[in-house]
Design a protein around this ligand. Structure first.
Ligand code: NAP
Length: 334
């Protein structure tokens, strides 16, 4: 498995990362109930196949994702790179420290490899939060500092604190190329690695749904879908026609190339300059196997060009607002 290096910490991440949002899940959580035995088996198989990056957050299933990851990694810690995230409402310095300690306890580790601010900070001084993160790094509680869902202005603010930002975790995939407008170039310019999340657009890029009506309610709240759909908050018309035209085109191209659509989507994400790791939400061993196969594929230049052409209309319709759930006026990403 190819490894790619982050900034000053020199941490090497496998190009396929394991998204652990579903871990520790119970009935009623976003991804539903998840058995500890499944988590342990997925993690063992991932490590065996060279996946070293495991992504979680204090906010996933009320901390149960971190705890499940910690249990599954018991005895395997040395091989793993753990990334977790602090919620922005917990970034007041004293709270940040407490929440970092709580994540360490749940994960059962002395050091978090990559500690990210999950969404931009709105309620507290950014400089204080990053100074606290730098202190935690100096104390050995975290190894690298990162952010997630930060736009150009928010990145500039964070960088102005002088604290090195090693990674920005961002939604990125064939159906969500918004970061290409502004954020990705800024990350490349500053040597900030990009951890691409939702590369399969939560299953859309597996081709299993051919119309919006078939998609589970929670997964059709993004700006891809019309605001007439229940649970949406963006108030926009969406891009449903463009999305399903792109899916049809990608499915045909994948078939012609003799590979599953999900493989093509993962290989595309891994091929984008600036991407350090592609984080896939994995709920079963079969999905992990499939993703391992996909990430190992190389797409020819003409295939990459065709995928660019097929997904341009979705990119154009979604525009440069990188918040998939909110309108431009209410965007949390600036
Ligand atoms: N920083 C942030 O704000 C943020 C936001 C979202 C996600 N993330 C991170 O990114 C990770 C990935 O995002 P995500 O899970 O939301 O989206 P995703 O990776 O695009 O989609 C995951 C879903 O796709 C399906 N799937 C996965 N692998 C497959 C395969 N090989 N073949 C067919 N279907 C497959 C599964 O759906 P089924 O379970 O229905 O089969 C799985 O639950 C998360 O676990 C989390 O760590 C971060």
């Amino acid at each position: 498995m190819e490894k790619r290096t982050l900034g000053p910490s020199g941490i090497q991440l496998s190009v396929l990362g394991l998204g652990c949002w579903s871990f520790g899940g119970q009935e009623g959580d976003y991804w539903g109930a998840h058995d500890d035995r499944d988590d342990a088996a997925i993690i063992a198989q991932a490590l065996e196949n060279g996946v070293n990056y495991f992504d979680t957050a204090e906010g996933y299933n009320d901390g149960r994702s971190e705890a499940a990851l910690g249990r599954a990694l018991a005895g395997l810690r040395a091989e793993a790179i753990i990334g977790t995230k602090i919620s922005p409402q917990n970034t007041e310095p004293a709270a940040l420290r407490q929440h970092c300690e709580a994540s360490l306890r749940r994960l059962g580790v002395d050091t978090i490899d990559i500690y990210m601010v999950h969404w931009p900070i709105t309620d507290y001084p950014v400089a204080d939060a990053f100074a606290t993160l730098a202190d935690l790094r100096a104390e050995g509680k975290i190894r690298a500092i990162g952010v997630s869902n930060f736009g150009p202005t928010q990145l500039a603010e964070a960088l102005a604190t002088g604290v090195p930002i090693e990674v920005n975790q961002l939604g990125y995939g064939l159906l969500n190329r918004i970061i290409e407008f502004e954020i990705l170039p800024v990350c490349r310019q500053h040597g900030i690695g990009v951890a691409a999340y939702m590369p399969l657009m939560q299953g859309l890029l597996t081709g299993r749904w051919r119309s919006a009506d078939e998609i589970p309610l929670t997964r059709r709240r993004t700006r891809h879908f019309s605001s007439d759909r229940p649970g949406t908050r963006h108030g926009e018309p969406g891009a449903e026609a463009e999305v399903f035209a792109a899916i049809d085109g990608i499915a045909r191209l994948a078939e012609a190339q003799g590979m599953p659509m999900a493989d093509m989507a993962l290989a595309w994400a891994a091929a984008q300059p600036g991407v350090t790791t592609v984080i896939v939400g994995t709920r079963t061993l079969a999905q992990l196997d499939e993703s391992l196969a996909g990430i190992g594929r190389t797409l020819a230049p003409d295939v990459l060009a065709e995928l660019d052409r097929l997904t341009q209309p979705v990119k154009a319709k979604l525009g440069s607002n990188a918040d998939l759930w909110q309108s431009g006026a209410n965007s949390r990403i600036r």
